[in-house]
Design a protein around this ligand. Structure first.
Ligand SMILES: [Fe+2]
Length: 258
């Protein structure tokens, strides 16, 4: 994306993204205590699914993504979230299956200590016209996951933010349409979710819907605003969740958990 969007090339090089990815991984490896996991909130690679030549580039990019993330400390699990570049703006059964072959499930939950995390495929909320059954399956599954089965915090991750600044903002490419947005935010509210972390915008943003915060994090790779390549460090305490975005050169080595 840096090659096509910033350098006005044909998108056939991704060495800049690879360098930035390695720097992000190094910074995570050097943190104390080590992160409980490292999550990439979608668009794992730039190339969209499509023609056979697109798929060839995509395969190479996925291969390089995996080579680079092998350098992530083996004690830090890598969690992958599915984005529009991963399954397409209007996903198909085939694009979702191919994603799952490369990266595993497109929606799932996991626990770390007393915290439960949900990872969703937000493409089902953006455009499910070609995959109505998969969308329905995720919705049914989500309902079961939103029951409180003993979590201290319930945290949600997906790619496209419900909103960028305000729950009432107008529909656009980088958010989810307001009808779906309102319905879903209410479901999360009712379940007691306080934080939802997203990507997609290539800029830091976010806002509140009452006490529910949608946090939009810029990219390790291509920037579309004034932010620099970096990642967000999230600190989870018993009663609160704090988060801060760091440029790659400024990621702290020591994280204060007091
Ligand atoms: Fe995206």
């Amino acid at each position: 994306m840096i090659n096509s969007y910033v350098d006005r090339g044909d998108g056939s090089k991704w060495d800049k993204e690879r360098k930035l990815t390695r720097r992000a991984i190094d910074a995570a490896n050097n943190m104390h205590p080590k992160p409980k996991f490292f999550i990439v909130c979608g668009d794992l690679v730039d190339s969209f699914p499509g023609t056979s030549s697109d798929d060839k580039v995509k395969k190479e990019q996925i291969q390089d993504f995996k080579i680079d993330f092998k350098t992530l400390d083996s004690n830090i699990p890598l969690i992958c979230v599915c984005g529009n570049h991963d399954v397409g703006n209007s996903p198909t059964q085939d694009s979702v299956e191919k994603y799952k072959e490369s990266f595993g499930d497109d929606y799932f939950s996991f626990w770390v200590g007393g915290v439960k995390f949900l990872v969703l495929n937000s493409q089902y909320y953006k455009d499910s016209s070609q995959v109505p059954e998969q969308k329905e399956e995720q919705d049914v599954w989500l309902e079961t996951q939103l029951q409180n089965d003993g979590w201290q915090h319930l945290v949600v991750f997906h790619h496209i933010p419900w909103f960028l600044e305000s729950p009432d903002e107008e529909d656009q490419y980088f958010n989810i349409d307001i009808d779906v947005r309102k319905t879903m935010l209410k479901r999360f509210h009712d379940a007691g979710v306080k934080k939802i972390f997203c990507g997609h915008y290539h800029r830091n943003a976010g806002g509140f819907d009452e006490d529910l915060e949608v946090v939009v994090t810029s990219a390790v790779g291509c920037q579309m605003g004034e932010d620099k390549s970096g990642f967000r460090v999230v600190t989870v305490k018993e009663t609160e969740i704090q988060h801060k975005y760091y440029d790659l050169g400024q990621v702290p080595k020591n994280i204060d958990l007091e």
